[in-house]
Each structure stands twice: as structure tokens, then as C-alpha cells.
Design a protein around this ligand. Structure first.
Ligand SMILES: Cc1ncc(COP(=O)(O)O)c(C=O)c1O
Length: 405
């Protein structure tokens, strides 16, 4: 392999200090909050987690919030709490991060991967309905996938980039077909659908606090639910299935009452999350401002298309653009030229059926996903985060203008 240091081109790029695709927005307040916990003598789940849960539940108008160490863990516990297992299937969109479908694999559940809507790039209620009507039969009031014999138990809509899915339609479908709704809201804090906060609507919503997210705890996640019994169960299975939590326990005695997981959040993470939560409105305002600057500056560049803006309040987690294939330009070339300009971009997401694991295991074919294929070939995401300076935003825009000339 070529030595990167001896390659003059690599030197040139690195000397430019590339603008990262994402960067967490951490102030002295977050650092002091984590330091306070580090000095407190209690590092694992404790008073900070309890406070973070209460504050987060309030922020999304949900009755309960249960903190975990990732959104992947949150989604998995969602399936666990509804006892979705090896005779069942769940509906997921093709355009998402692997975690949405991966958690089904943990339970030997079949992920039924659906094409997306061609206009908003989200899971498409019409396609989900068509699937249930044409590819399922009914047994004891539940849809059974004819090909696999699995009972379809849940829909997992993904609010890609923080743009809410059509929740009215999905709720209607869920009611009609007796399906649970487990929302993948990894990108959707804070978003709302028809003035209802994402996190207050369905059986279960899963949020991510991964390092690139609007609110970060380094790694972390949160489940929200309005159902008290579900919340109590989630609290138990996130920590080994132990009845009662470690923090606040008076004596040595504890009881494992069911199978559980090691998915709890630490107090250091929660302390960081609480400050981020307090700053979330200010950080959202900056993301929105940057998105509007991008929109205005990029709207008339030939060969470049901006996706539709959401009719709902979105979290502005991603700013995606489409590069039309022309004789001079295509998405891959655009990404390469941006990189040479010192600007990192990203792609959300390589559709699930293109990944070796899902493709092989379920014999998936690209031709069955025309909308996702069309999306995948054109799309990329620009840097968008609250710590992006005015100069950074302008250098992204001027690089695009230069490349697309
Ligand atoms: C759509 C989506 N779902 C789930 C996840 C998993 O989140 P986490 O990294 O917190 O497990 C991600 C992570 O980026 C994501 O983008």
C-alpha cells in the first residue's frame, strides 16, 4: 500500500485541515458538568441519569423516558418489550442506517425492507399498505407474510435527517393491522409532527445521542413511551433484568427476574446530555439558520437539486443535496472534488439491500427498490452543525459554486 505521508496529494489535502462533516458542539458548561460527575464518586447510572430522563421526557412531552447507551440498544429493547421474536417480522425502510434492521436480527426477527417514497425519501405508507394487502394473509387478526410465514408485528418508521414521516397514515395502518409502532427517531430530536413532538406519539420512540447527533452524550440513546408498564419493563431489561436499580439500593440483595441486557447510560454521559438538552433550542436555531443560508445560496445552481423541505418542524439534522448526472458531473465526482476543496461530505444512507449481509441473506435485488436506487445515486449530505462558523458555511457554498460551474 502506498505510504500516505510520501504521497504529495495527501499532504496537500491534510495541510488544508479539511472541514469535518460533523463536529460536536461542546462548551465549558458540558466539560464542567462531566467533571462534577467525575469528582462525585458515582460514575454509572445514578442521579444524573434520573434527572436527564425527567428533563428529556418533559422536552418531548412524553410520560416516560428511559436512558440507554445507544439508539441501537433502544430499538432492540423496543422489540424485546413487545416480545417480537423468531416467528415475527417487522417493516423497515430501505434507506436507513443498518441499526434499524440489525436489531431485528438480534431476535431472529425478519426485517421486511420497503422501498421509500420518491418525493420525500421517507418510508412510504402507500407501499407499506400495498405490501400488507398483497403480500400478507390474515390469521387471528394479524398479518402473516405469505412468503416467510412470519407474523408482521411492527412498523419502524425512520425520520430520516429529522424530517417526520407521515405519522397519521402509519398510525392508521398500525391500528388497522394490529401492529406496534417503534419509531427510529435517531435523527429527530427535536422534531414535531403536526405540533406533536416526536417522542410523544407512538408505542415507543428511540433517540440517538451519538457523537454526530443534534444532542450528544458521546454514545447514548433514549426510549420514550406514554405507557407506564412498558417504561417499567424497559428500565428492568436495560440493566440485566434486575428488579430495582443499583443506584439507591439500600442492601446487598437483588433479584434477576428475566433476561436483560447491559444497555444502561452512565452518569457522565447523562451530565453531558443534560447540558446539551438545555442548549438544544439554541443549537437548533443555528442549524436552521445554516440550512436556510444553504437553501438560498444553492437553489439555482444547475445540476443541483435541493430536497423538499418538511411540512413539519424538523430537527435540521442533515442537509442533503442531489447531484444530477450530467456529462460533467455525478455524485461520486462531486464528493471527490469537495474533498479536494477540503470539505468532507457524507451519505445517508447506502440502502440496506446494497449491503452484503442483507443482500445475501434475503436475496435482495436492486430492481425491487427503484425509488431508493434513484435516491442513492444522487444524494449526499453537506456539513451541518451548530459549531459551524459563518466562514465555514461560506467556504462550503463557494466550493460548490466552483465545482458546479
Ligand atoms: C437512522 C439511524 N438509526 C439508528 C442509529 C443508531 O444510533 P446509535 O449509534 O445511537 O446506536 C443511527 C445512527 O447513526 C441512525 O442514523
Amino acid at each position: 500500500m502506498e505510504n500516505a505521508i510520501s504521497n504529495p496529494e495527501v499532504k496537500l489535502i491534510t495541510s488544508k485541515k479539511p472541514l469535518p462533516f460533523a463536529r460536536p458542539d461542546i462548551t465549558d458548561e458540558e466539560i464542567q458538568a462531566v467533571e462534577r460527575v467525575l469528582r462525585s464518586g458515582w460514575l454509572t447510572s445514578g442521579p444524573e441519569v434520573e434527572k436527564f430522563e425527567k428533563e428529556f421526557a418533559k422536552a418531548v412531552s412524553s410520560k416516560h423516558a428511559v436512558a440507554v447507551n445507544s439508539a441501537t440498544a433502544a430499538l432492540h429493547l423496543g422489540l424485546e418489550t413487545f416480545r417480537i421474536g423468531n416467528r415475527d417480522a417487522v417493516i423497515v425502510p430501505a434507506v436507513t442506517f443498518t441499526a434499524t434492521a440489525e436489531v431485528a436480527e438480534y431476535n431472529q426477527t425478519l426485517p421486511l425492507i420497503m422501498d421509500i417514497n420518491p418525493d420525500d425519501y421517507l418510508m412510504d405508507p402507500d407501499l407499506v399498505l400495498k405490501f400488507l394487502e398483497e403480500e400478507c394473509r390474515f390469521s387471528s387478526g394479524r398479518p402473516v407474510h405469505k412468503k416467510s410465514g412470519r407474523t408482521v408485528k411492527a412498523i419502524m418508521p425512520v425520520h430520516l435527517g429529522g424530517k417526520p414521516c407521515n405519522m397519521d397514515r402509519f398510525q392508521k395502518i398500525a391500528r388497522k393491522y394490529n401492529l406496534r409502532m417503534i419509531e427510529d427517531a435517531a435523527h429527530a430530536f427535536p422534531s414535531s409532527y403536526k405540533n406533536k413532538n416526536i417522542g410523544s406519539i407512538s408505542d415507543i420512540t428511540a433517540f440517538s445521542f451519538y457523537a454526530t447527533k443534534n444532542l450528544t452524550t458521546g454514545e447514548g440513546g433514549m426510549l420514550t413511551t406514554n405507557n407506564s408498564r412498558v417504561a417499567e419493563h424497559l428500565r428492568r431489561i436495560r440493566l440485566h433484568g434486575i428488579k430495582g436499580q443499583t443506584y439507591g439500593r439500600k442492601r446487598w440483595n437483588y433479584d434477576v427476574v428475566e433476561k436483560g441486557y447491559k444497555y444502561n447510560m452512565t452518569d457522565t454521559a447523562a451530565a453531558l446530555g443534560r447540558v446539551q438538552l438545555k442548549r438544544s433550542a439554541e443549537m437548533l436555531a443555528r442549524r436552521k439558520e445554516i440550512s436556510e443560508i444553504y437553501r438560498e445560496a444553492l437553489k439555482e445552481i444547475p445540476g443541483l437539486r435541493l430536497p423538499l423541505s418538511s411540512p413539519h418542524e424538523e430537527s435540521y439534522h442533515l442537509f442533503m443535496i442531489e447531484i444530477e448526472k450530467t456529462s460533467k458531473m455525478n455524485r461520486d465526482k462531486f464528493v471527490e472534488l469537495m474533498f479536494r476543496e477540503g470539505i468532507q461530505t457524507s451519505l445517508h444512507f447506502i440502502p440496506l439491500y446494497r449491503h452484503t449481509f442483507y443482500k445475501k441473506k434475503y436475496s435482495l435485488k436492486r430492481k425491487d427498490y427503484p425509488n431508493s436506487e434513484n435516491f442513492f445515486k444522487k444524494i449526499l449530505s453537506l456539513p451541518l452543525y451548530s459549531s459551524l462558523s459563518r466562514d465555514n458555511v461560506h467556504s462550503v457554498i463557494s466550493s460548490i459554486q466552483k465545482i458546479m460551474k
